[in-house]
Design a protein around this ligand. Structure first.
Ligand code: ATP
Length: 303
């Protein structure tokens, strides 16, 4: 039995190795595919943001329409502004186009109509790399590399010192958790290492973003329900990360958006309502309905 078990176990290890390599390759191809979607104009220059506080990083969507496939429009005549240092939240049903707004802002794709500007500059006319340098994304599902915790955080800003990594981890409130593991920041994570919960992964992503310290943030809230203590903690970490940054929050729980400068309700790629939390409740429309529904439900609802 033991004789059989060892080779089988060994095969299991090999299988996991191959599977992981394929997953990494897969991710690489997905990224490469995305890279090919947009090309820099021959005369593209880097995005230039004036070094003031908060940075002059106002984001504007001006009459933006977009389709992945010509026959199926996804966004229609979307216009909004995220003033420098402020937070705008987007809510709406699944498939309404919320993540598409984030993808366009990060310039995974170019818009087909209208334009997106950052600091007054059309993002199609500046280099894609400089747009991405200006934006930090905390995604729904953070990709962790099969490497140490240190590497995974430092990935936000390659070349960071250990002290900088630790400071970012402290600010994202993941330091105590890391310090409690036997190998601390040298602990491997991922498939073959430490398994992190959804909340812990998001904290690693927040630490990465804090280290990168970009003037613009995109926070794609996890759809998977975190327990409410974890959710509150992540929210407060996010709020401190978003201070003085131009922030787009894609929200699945309305509790996240209460303090936003403006809330956009997106349905079928169209902004159907917009305003502050109080203003939208007073309108007694779609948002007020969603809010009432979430108050009734004990658990966070995925919109
Ligand atoms: P959720 O809340 O479920 O994350 P969402 O509002 O963020 O949804 P999007 O991810 O923006 O929605 O997707 C909007 C629509 O675009 C969906 O109908 C989706 O199927 C479609 N879509 C998304 N990505 C692609 C793609 N790469 N190619 C074609 N269609 C796509």
């Amino acid at each position: 039995m033991i004789q059989l078990y060892i080779p089988l176990n060994f095969l299991g290890v090999i299988y996991r190795e191959i599977k992981q390599s394929l997953t990494d390759l897969d991710k690489m191809f997905v990224l490469m595919e995305k890279e090919r979607e947009v090309r820099d104009a021959p005369d593209a220059r880097p995005l230039h943001l004036r070094p003031v506080q908060p940075a002059d990083a106002t984001v504007r969507f001006e009459d933006v329409s977009f389709a992945y496939e010509p026959s199926r429009p996804i966004l229609r005549h979307v216009s909004f502004e995220i003033p420098a240092g402020k937070t705008v939240a987007v809510v709406g049903p699944s498939g309404s186009g919320k993540s598409t707004l984030a993808r366009l802002m990060y310039r995974f794709y170019d818009v087909q109509q209208g334009r997106i500007t950052i600091g007054g500059q059309d993002i199609r006319k500046v280099t894609q790399a400089s747009v991405r340098q200006a934006i930090g994304i905390v995604p729904q599902d953070t990709v962790l590399f099969n490497d140490t915790v240190e590497y995974n955080i430092a990935y936000g800003q390659p070349g960071s010192t250990h002290e900088e990594v630790e400071a970012a981890a402290k600010a994202a409130r993941i330091h105590d958790f890391i310090a409690a593991t036997p190998r601390g920041y040298a602990t491997p994570v991922g498939e073959r290492g430490l398994k992190l919960s959804g909340g812990e992964k998001q904290r690693v992503a927040i630490a990465r973003t804090l280290l990168k310290n970009p003037p613009i943030l995109i926070f794609d809230e996890a759809t998977s329900a975190l327990d409410s203590a974890n959710e509150r903690a992540i929210q407060s970490e996010l709020q401190s990360a978003a201070q003085n940054k131009t922030t787009l929050v894609i929200a699945h729980r309305l509790s996240t958006v209460v303090d936003a400068h403006e809330i956009l309700v997106l349905e079928g790629g169209v902004i159907v309502e917009r305003g502050t939390h109080g203003g939208l409740l007073a309108q007694d429309g779609r948002y007020a309905q969603m809010w009432a529904m979430q108050q009734v439900e004990a658990a966070p609802v995925v919109l």
